[in-house]
Write a new protein. Sequence first.
Length: 72
Amino acid sequence: MWLGDAIDALYLQTTTDRVAEIALGLSKRGLFTMARRYATALPALMDQRERFEKDAAEAQRQLEAKHAFERG
């Protein structure tokens, strides 16, 4: 995954340098490898897939409930 995309950084309201700085810290935890501004996931990150999917599904459920409430 390329981490140097200026549009992604803009969406996150930060800079590409800051994204790279955070990514470097995460790579030092063994979650992925970095080569220039490209990241490749390692098993330590991939093994968290179920938790990420569960969290995303819960966030989606909460958003849909909020929208249903707002619609009345």
